[in-house]
Ligand binder design. Structure first.
Ligand SMILES: Nc1nc2c(ncn2[C@@H]2O[C@H](COP(=O)(O)OP(=O)(O)OP(=O)(O)O)[C@@H](O)[C@H]2O)c(=O)[nH]1
Ligand SMILES: C=C(OP(=O)(O)O)C(=O)O
Length: 221
C-alpha cells in the first residue's frame, strides 16, 4: 500500500482546476495591455502544463487526475500523461478534491492520494519526488513560500485526504493533524497567485511553456 512495484512510494495526485479564463483572477495584471480572456486562459494553461509535466515526470507519482469544474475548457491538457475529469456538480475546491479521491479509490482503496496545486510553473520533478518520499506514509503538507497556503497535501495510504484548501490552509492542515514537510523544495512552494509570485517563479526557473508564453507576450525580465 502506497508503494509501487519497485518498492518506491506511489502516489495518485489530484490537480483541481477551474476554467482557465475564470481562475487565477489575481494574475490578471501579469500580462500587458487590457485584460483579455483568451490570453489569460493561455497563461493559466501554461502554468498548469508546466506543473503537470513535472508531476508526471516525478518519481513516486502513479496517476495524475485533473478535476475540472468545466473539463471541456481543459482539452489543451489532454495530450499530457494525465486523466481529465469533471465534477458532477459545482462542488467547490475541497469538494472537487474529495470527488477525485473517491474516483481514485475505486481502483485502489488503499491508495496514497495527493492534492497538488496547478500553478507551480517552476516545479522540478526531483523536488516533488523528495517531498513524497519525506511524507513516508504520513498525512503531510507543503506550505507555500509565504507559509500561509498549501501547495501539496498527501494522505496516508488508504486514509482520508481531508483537504482544507482555501485561505490560511497551511494552518488548517496543521490543525487537522497533517505534518508539515521540512524540505526546502522552493519550486514546490512557489505557487503563482500574483504577478509578484510569477516574478519569483521566474527567478527559480520557469518551465518551458510558461517561459515561452511570457516571451511571446513580451513580458520584460
Ligand atoms: N475543480 C475545481 N477546482 C477549483 C475550484 N475552485 C478552485 N479551484 C482550483 O483550485 C486552485 C486554487 O484555487 P484558488 O486559490 O481559489 O485560486 P483561483 O480561484 O484560481 O485564483 P484567484 O481567482 O486569484 O483567487 C486553482 O487551480 C483553481 O482553479 C472548484 O470549485 N473546482
Ligand atoms: C487555495 C489555496 O491556494 P491559493 O494560494 O491558490 O489561494 C490554498 O493555498 O489553500
Amino acid at each position: 500500500m502506497g508503494f509501487g512495484h519497485d518498492g518506491d512510494v506511489a502516489v495518485d495526485l489530484i490537480v483541481p482546476m477551474k476554467p482557465p479564463a475564470a481562475g487565477k483572477s489575481r494574475l490578471r495584471g501579469a500580462l500587458h495591455g487590457p485584460w483579455d480572456e483568451r490570453r489569460h486562459a493561455a497563461l493559466v494553461l501554461a502554468l498548469a502544463r508546466d506543473t503537470l509535466l513535472a508531476a508526471t515526470a516525478s518519481a513516486g507519482v502513479r496517476r495524475v487526475l485533473v478535476v475540472g469544474s468545466a473539463p471541456a475548457t481543459l482539452d489543451a491538457l489532454r495530450d499530457l500523461d494525465v486523466e481529465v475529469v469533471g465534477e458532477e456538480a459545482a462542488l467547490g475546491l475541497n469538494g472537487a478534491l474529495r470527488a477525485g479521491e473517491r474516483l481514485l479509490r475505486v481502483s485502489d482503496r488503499g491508495a496514497t492520494i495527493g492534492a497538488l496545486q496547478a500553478d507551480l510553473p517552476a516545479l522540478r520533478a526531483e523536488e516533488l519526488a523528495a517531498a513524497l518520499a519525506e511524507a513516508d506514509d504520513r498525512r503531510c503538507f507543503a506550505a507555500d513560500r509565504h507559509g500561509t497556503g498549501t501547495t501539496l497535501l498527501v494522505s496516508a495510504p488508504g486514509q482520508p485526504l481531508d483537504p482544507r484548501f482555501g485561505r490560511g490552509s497551511a494552518r488548517e492542515h496543521a490543525e487537522s493533524g497533517a505534518v508539515p514537510l521540512r524540505l526546502a523544495a522552493p519550486t514546490l512552494r512557489g505557487d503563482v497567485d500574483t504577478p509578484a509570485d510569477l516574478e519569483h517563479a521566474r527567478l527559480l526557473g520557469l518551465g518551458t511553456h510558461t517561459a515561452a508564453l511570457l516571451e511571446r507576450e513580451c513580458v520584460p525580465h
